[in-house]
Write a protein that binds this ligand. Structure first.
Ligand SMILES: Cc1ncc(COP(=O)(O)O)c(C=O)c1O
Length: 390
C-alpha cells in the first residue's frame, strides 16, 4: 500500500514521541523526570469525576449531535460571554475531543491551498503542520527572546500580503509563556480588520497567568465576528486524557465544523460533556489552587535553572513552561535534548520542535513536576552540564 502524497506535508507534535520514548525507558526500570509533555499532574477535580460517574450511571453513553450536547454548549457560551465580555450563543460553539481538533477543523474549513497564514514561531507545532497539510503557506512570525518573545508588530505588518487569510495568536503562549499585551492585541485586531483576516485565538492557557490578566482578542470592538476561539478542559481542569475541548466561532462556520466532526468522529463522548458542565459550574477556587501551585513551581524552577552555567531564562508570566536559552552552550537543541534524555534521564523538548526560531532553546514543562522533582531535574542536569559545555 502506498501512502498518499498529501501526508508528506503533515508535521507532528514531538512531545508525544518523546513521551512514548520516556515511557519506554520507564518500562526498562529507568526513573525519568517528565518535562516533555504539556500536561499537569493534578488530579481532575472531584466534582468533575463525580459528574462523569453519575452520567455513566444515568446511561449518558450514547451518540450526541455532532456539534455537542446543548446543555454543555449553553454552559460554554455563558462562560465565554462572561469572561470575554461578548455575547456568545450555543449555536456558535462546537465541542471536540480536546482543543487540537478545532485547529484542524477550522483551518480545513476556511483555508484554501495558496492562502497564507501567519503563525508565531516558535509556536505550537500543529498550526504549521495543518497549514502545510492544506497546501497553504505558513508564514513564521519570529518571537525573539531579545524581545521577551513579544510580537514584533512592525514585522507582522510587513508579513501581511493579499494572500494572508489568518493570523494565529496564542496567549499565554506555548512554548515561551509570553503574554500578548493589550496594545499588541489592539494592533493585531486593527491589522486583522484592515486586511480582512481571521484570527485563530488559542486560549488554552487562559487560566494560567501569574502576572497580569487574561485578555482575549475577541473582546475588542468588532473582533468577535472574525475570531475563532479555541479552548479546552485539558490544562484548566487537568483533564488532558479526557479529551474535552471546544471552539467558538460564527454560526455558519460552526455548521461546517460540525459536519467535519460528523464525518470524522461523529461526536465527542457523551459522559465527558456532562462532566464538563460540572467543571464550568464549579467554584473558581479549583483553578486558583492549580494556578498558585504552578506559580510556586515556576519561581522555584527559574531560581534553580539559573544555577546552570551558560543558560538564560525569562520568568514566564503565564503557561506551564520554561523556554531555556542554551545558545551559549555551543550545542544544538537536539544535542542537548539527547544528552539530558539519555544520560540525565530528564525528558525535555528541543526548541526546534516548535519551529526554526526555537533552535537554541529547550522547553521544560513544570506542569507535571512539583518543586522537589524540579530540584531533582536540575541536579541531574547539573551532573551532565560539563559534558554539554565541552
Ligand atoms: C497552545 C496549545 N494549543 C492547543 C493544545 C492542544 O490541547 P488539547 O490537548 O486540548 O487538544 C495545546 C496542548 O498542549 C497547546 O499547548
Amino acid at each position: 500500500m502506498q501512502i498518499a502524497d498529501r501526508i508528506s506535508k503533515l508535521g507532528t507534535e514531538q512531545a508525544f514521541h518523546v513521551l512514548a520514548r520516556a515511557k519506554e525507558m520507564e518500562r526498562k526500570g529507568i526513573n525519568m523526570v517528565h518535562m516533555e509533555i504539556g500536561d499537569t499532574d493534578f488530579d481532575t477535580p472531584r466534582v468533575v469525576k463525580e459528574a462523569c460517574k453519575k452520567a455513566i450511571d444515568d446511561n449518558k453513553t450514547h451518540y450526541l449531535p455532532s456539534q455537542g450536547l446543548l446543555e454543555f454548549r449553553q454552559e460554554i457560551a455563558k462562560f465565554i460571554s462572561k469572561t470575554r465580555g461578548i455575547a456568545v450563543e450555543p449555536e456558535e460553539v462546537v465541542v471536540t475531543p480536546g482543543a487540537k481538533p478545532i485547529i484542524f477543523y477550522t483551518l480545513m474549513a476556511t483555508v484554501n491551498p495558496g492562502d497564507e497564514v501567519i503563525v508565531p514561531n516558535p509556536g505550537f507545532p500543529t498550526y504549521e503542520s495543518v497549514v502545510n497539510f492544506i497546501g497553504a503557506k505558513a508564514v513564521p512570525l519570529p518571537l525573539l527572546s531579545e524581545k521577551k518573545f513579544n510580537f514584533d508588530l512592525n514585522l507582522l505588518e510587513k508579513l501581511i500580503t493579499k494572500k494572508t487569510k489568518y493570523i494565529i495568536v496564542n496567549s499565554p503562549h506555548n512554548p515561551t509563556g509570553g503574554i500578548l499585551t493589550h496594545e499588541s492585541l489592539v494592533r493585531i485586531a486593527q491589522l486583522a480588520k484592515e486586511n480582512d483576516m481571521w484570527v485563530l485565538s488559542d486560549e488554552v492557557y487562559d487560566k494560567f497567568i501569574f502576572e497580569g490578566k487574561f485578555e482575549s482578542i475577541s473582546s475588542l470592538p468588532n473582533m468577535k465576528e472574525r475570531t475563532i476561539i479555541l479552548n479546552a478542559f485539558t490544562k484548566t481542569y487537568s483533564m488532558s486524557g479526557w479529551r474535552l475541548g471546544y471552539g467558538v466561532m460564527n454560526r455558519d462556520l460552526a455548521k461546517v465544523v460540525s459536519n467535519l466532526v460528523n464525518n470524522s468522529i461523529s461526536c465527542s463522548p457523551n459522559f465527558t460533556q456532562w462532566a464538563g458542565i460540572a467543571g464550568l459550574r464549579a467554584p473558581e477556587s479549583i483553578v486558583t489552587k492549580f494556578r498558585s501551585e504552578l506559580k510556586k513551581r515556576r519561581d522555584a524552577f527559574v531560581t534553580e535553572i539559573k544555577k546552570l552555567p551558560k543558560v538564560k531564562c525569562h520568568t514566564p508570566p503565564g503557561g506551564i513552561y520554561l523556554f531555556l536559552d542554551i545558545r551559549e552552550t555551543g550545542k544544538t537543541s537536539k544535542e542537548v535534548f539527547e544528552i539530558l534524555f539519555e544520560e540525565a534521564h530528564v525528558a525535555t523538548l528541543s526548541g526546534a520542535a516548535f519551529g526554526k526560531y526555537g533552535e537554541g532553546f529547550l522547553r521544560l514543562s513544570f506542569g507535571s513536576a512539583p518543586v522537589p522533582r524540579i530540584k531533582e531535574a536540575v541536579k541531574r542536569m547539573a551532573g551532565v552540564w560539563p559534558k554539554i559545555l565541552k
